[in-house]
Design a binder for this molecule. Structure first.
Ligand code: FAD
Ligand code: SF4
Length: 493
């Protein structure tokens, strides 16, 4: 299967003879007349009763059929749309040729965890939005994300992704704060460079949002666990239940021999709307709800189960809101509602998540915002007062601004409200490092190498960007690893 040469210089050598011959085997016109291969999905009714993964994955035949659609463009605009510049036609053409192992190698030049990104990256606004099919032909893009997931899963199924022990050959200790995608990506690259890497994680589980936020029906835990296992096999050490800045300070870690730090502590502090009634029982943040369900067994038979709710309202329209509302549906909500102040067109959640939510019977109260919650005599929320909105002129984000409609307020019954309107960085790290420069939003200021105002302390992911994406966090982690290597090699500072 893997007999074709590896694409060792994916960006620079786009004219490998075998690629040209592939172009010749099927004319562009025939390729572009092929329909996009659909991702098989679990039945909406069946899946909304449990935690099975919704997208079932492509077969080898289906993946090769989809790869055939790629035109191997001389100027592949899809690559420009990928935040980490994966050689997309390079890996897609390897799939077409049946060289699945080589395909994953091409991806891994730029992306450390393709099984994760193939599942959760918003390809429709990244690479796939820039595919020539979307941009010029007004057809469905090549299913780049589905193909990425296919080869990563192929590699997992073969058990061929394990990397040999590489860490700690140079005796230099580096500490990583947080085990989310930013921290894991930094740890992997630093281990490959021979550093003794320790990842400190505040929670009792590793993986950051990949584990505590994104539910198993979108990203099964075993995918994240396998990546973590791989890092352990490379020699990366993980310490759980350890809050850097509290359990031990950065200074104390320095005294224990850590020569450089990468802070990938994310943005785990939920925002609230500060409207009347937000303190009632039964009003909580998405962070609390998802963490308790995903990480603390609160959905099952547990001492402190999360309140299930019959009429559940989720406030917000992002991925976190979709994950929360679909979780509520799986926990038995009869009416599971999204309350969003704009319309479907402005909704920040992935289109696929919205489609899946609609299939699962989620109700969308778009162009509505809560202005107050009302409680029963025990202080538990029982209703929300909603105000209707209309769209005005575009605001600074480019999206049309929601404008309240006077006199349009009405009451809706609800016994569980989950607020999902964004997150901010936890201030703990900044508080424990007075010299650390942060923005007014509490995000850490870094230079182009991801180094902060404190020499030797690097940062990336949501703690630098605010709530962003998995691929950007991973890209930051890898850039910071290069920065740390340069710093420790004496090329900097
Ligand atoms: P995180 O993943 O937040 O990890 C940070 C880790 O650091 C956490 O485990 C935390 O416990 C730990 N930590 C914090 N402080 C300390 C400390 N002092 N000491 C030790 N450890 C500490 N993005 C997408 O691209 N696609 C999606 O579909 C998507 N869906 C999402 C769904 C949900 C519910 C949420 C919440 C986010 C979603 N995102 C999605 C965003 C994406 O998950 C984040 O942008 C990404 O995880 C950020 O990675 P990170 O490594 O910076 O931080
Ligand atoms: Fe293939 Fe689309 Fe990229 Fe062209 S733009 S190389 S067709 S994925």
């Amino acid at each position: 299967m893997d007999s074709k040469p590896a694409n060792s210089n994916p960006q620079g050598n786009r004219e490998q003879p075998w690629r040209v011959s592939l172009r010749d085997t099927l004319k562009a016109k025939e390729r572009s007349s092929l329909e996009r291969v659909k991702m098989p999905e679990a039945d909406p009714l069946e899946r909304s009763r449990g935690y099975i993964e919704v997208n079932r994955g492509l077969t080898e035949e289906a993946a090769r059929a989809e790869a055939r659609r790629c035109l191997d463009c001389k100027t592949p605009t899809c690559v420009e749309g990928c935040p980490v510049g994966i050689d997309i036609p390079g890996f897609v053409k390897q799939i077409e040729a049946g060289n699945f192992g080589e395909a994953v190698k091409v991806i891994k030049e730029a992306n450390a965890f393709p099984a994760v990104c193939g599942r959760v990256c918003p390809q429709e606004i990244q690479c796939e939005s820039r595919c020539i099919y979307t941009e010029k032909m007004k057809k469905d893009a090549v299913a780049i994300g589905n193909l990425e997931r296919f080869v990563a899963d192929y590699e997992f199924s073969r058990g061929s992704f394990y990397t040999p022990l590489t860490a700690c050959s140079n005796d230099t200790k580096v500490a990583i704060v947080g085990s989310g995608p930013a921290g894991l990506a930094a740890a992997g690259d630093l281990a490959k460079e021979g550093y003794c890497v320790t990842v400190f994680e505040a929670l009792h589980e590793l993986g950051g949002v990949l584990k505590y936020g994104i539910p198993e029906f979108r990203l099964p835990n075993f995918i994240v666990d396998q990546e973590i296992e791989n890092l352990k096999k490379m020699g990366v050490e993980f310490v759980k239940n350890f809050i850097v800045g509290k359990t031990l300070s950065f200074e104390e870690l320095k005294e224990r021999g850590y020569k450089a730090f990468f802070v990938g502590s994310g943005a785990g502090l939920p925002n609230f709307m500060n409207i009347p009634g937000e303190n009632y029982n039964g009003v909580l943040s998405s962070n609390e709800y998802l963490t308790r369900v995903n990480l603390m067994g609160a959905a099952r038979d547990y001492d402190t189960p999360v309140y299930y709710g019959r009429n559940v309202a989720i406030i917000g329209g992002g991925n976190t809101a979709m994950d929360s509302v679909r979780t509520a549906r799986r926990l038995g909500a009869e009416r599971a509602m999204i309350v969003y102040r704009r319309s479907f067109d402005e909704m920040p959640a992935r289109k696929e998540e919205i489609k899946h939510a609609l299939e699962e019977g989620i109700e969308f109260l778009n162009l509505n915002t809560p202005v107050e919650y009302l409680a029963d005599e025990k202080g538990h929320v029982k209703q929300m007062r909603l105000q209707r909105m209309e769209l005005g002129e575009p605001d600074e984000s480019g999206r049309r601004k929601p404008v309240p409609k006077e006199g349009s307020e009405y009451l809706v019954d609800t016994d569980l409200v989950i607020v999902s309107i964004g997150v901010s960085p936890n201030p703990l790290i900044a508080q424990s490092l007075p010299d650390l420069k942060v923005t007014k939003w509490g995000t850490i200021v870094v230079d182009e190498n991801m180094q902060s105002s404190i020499p030797g302390l690097f940062a990336g992911g949501d703690i630098v960007r605010g709530g962003a994406t998995v691929i950007l966090a991973m890209g930051d982690g890898r850039r910071a690893a290069r920065g740390i290597h340069a710093f420790l090699s004496g090329q900097q500072g």
